[in-house]
Design a protein around this ligand. Sequence first.
Ligand code: MSP
Length: 638
Amino acid sequence: MREKTYITTPIYYVNDVPHIGHAYTTIIADTMARFARLRGQDTFFMTGTDEHGQKIEQAAQQRDKTPQAYADEISAKFRKLWDEFEISYDHFIRTTDAEHKLTVQNAFEKMQANGDIYKGEYEGFYCVSCETFFTQTQLVNEECCPDCGRKTSIVKEESYFFALSKYQDALLKWYEQNEQCIMPKGKKNEVISFVKSGLKDLSITRTSFDWGIKLPASANDAKHVMYVWLDALLNYLTTLGYTRDEKNMSYWQNTTHIVGKDILRFHAIYWPAFLMSLGLSLPKHVAAHGWWTRDGEKMSKSKGNVVDPREVANAYGLENFRYFLLREVPFGQDGDFSQKALIERINSELGNGLGNLLSRIVGMSSKYSEFKINSENTVKFYQNELDEAKNYLKNAVENLENFATNRYLEELWKVVFLANASIAKYEPWAMIKAGETDKANALVALCANLLAKVAILLSPAMPKTCTKIANALGFEISTTNYEKIVQNDEILDFITQPTEPLFPRIESELMAKVSQPQAQEKQDQKTSDDETISIDDFAKIVIKVGTVLECEKIEGSDKLLKFIIDLGEEKPRQILSGIAKYYDPTTLIGQQICVLANLKPRTMMKKYVSEGMILSASDGSLTLLGTHAKVANGAVVG
Ligand code: MSP
């Protein structure tokens, strides 16, 4: 029987469109799922959306939508992005699914039957953004959430409680007896101290709003809805059919939850306590990753600097982006996204390292042996290199098992480096000249075998790239070959094929520095971030109307258009805008548009100075802003 594995992402709140943080969690989980499948495990991988609760209800109200219509819309955006990213999920759950409602109600009944739920009154503080209860002593600045810094609200309402305090000792025992139940270790220690400081019972129902799962009919208490975290966490069981057909519950025995550090407490404390109450086994791993910043700054909608994963993938390639995310930061630590760092990794590690190795192998095999690579002498001449590589590959596997995605890639790159360095060291061209053909061919075969091993082990992180490598070398990435080539050290012969360079060099940044805030984000800014500005702040902004004199595409960028605009000033201005995919430039000439006129000029693509920003409305597509009727160029908008 094949080992079963269950891998989960958190389910994403539908108050926000997907950003780099969501993509990071999902890509790690996808890599782990692909790795499990590669090793022959029977794998079930799920993701989905978290759609109930006060935060979503408020977000929908602010947009004049019903919560359901709003959740449908945003949930579809997540699913679409994951499909575009070819995330290999087996199930996409929505907490508004009818099956989920049943599971949650059944679980509530079971916990109640086990004596873990009682009715009382909750009095305390609540952060809607984090959907978390706090006591006064936990707050910062007297009234703010210790996690996100936003203002909390005072809550006093009838509530059912879960007897969390009862599980304090059992939780501490679980942490103690299962070294890897919470990862990485530093995070586990934080959880342990939190639990040791004393657990209070948890309010698990709300009565002051409506958007949630009702209590089971047996409770006969219609005014309560489930606390969104109880509802959300149970999604992991709904997905496997818990208390319904139980069809896939056999996966539960080997569960890995990938989460961000901000939601570790829910997964490492509440969740195992709920599971104990339900009499179920606890997850094997809860693995918590760190957070991303952009160019050293915290990302926020109001700054408009939130990294849009689709934009990065479109500009730099999806698999290059995956590589960067997995390679850039040690698991559990925070990381910084910058185009500079991404380009550096693409050009050096991917292009000069991996891509170059493949072209050299194909090139040498074509020159020396008509694309045929014969490995009969490889062990004889290059046993040391094979042994050295074996060690790195073993480390790579161990690191990935421990979620150390950066070290896993580092170890694989040691093999890439070893192969490239062996070519430089042994100079096969000189061997050929000296008549040592066997030795030269054996070296090419060494490199091809090392690359094949790397490609197999790298395939969970960069599936398509590795398939290209495998096609160029003429082998297949499969569980059988994982066992043969990586685990049992078999040496293969290859017949190579010429191939396009895997990683064309990137000369300059391909995305505008900070992406245009999307309409969605602008709305959120207005409504939920509570970051209103004063009229004096607004007075700092100068928006003018101008006529487009010239507009053209910029060579080397499929995003940017270069405008020359008459703003009624002495000289027309040059402005660059990332809207090439929305407009044919010729159609814009002669049009009047609105421009943020007092923006500091900046140089883009190293040589173009952009003197302002063209304003547009975005609702997924993009429309330039103009005026109702023709006005004089330079007219001020206010
Ligand atoms: N709905 C809850 C999870 C319920 S799971 C039963 C939730 N959703 S979320 O959409 O807010 O966040 C989902 C994931 O995105 C979390 O793992 C979180 O850590 C991650 N990230 C959100 N912003 C992030 C960064 N800036 N950087 C890295 N990941 C971050 O929480």
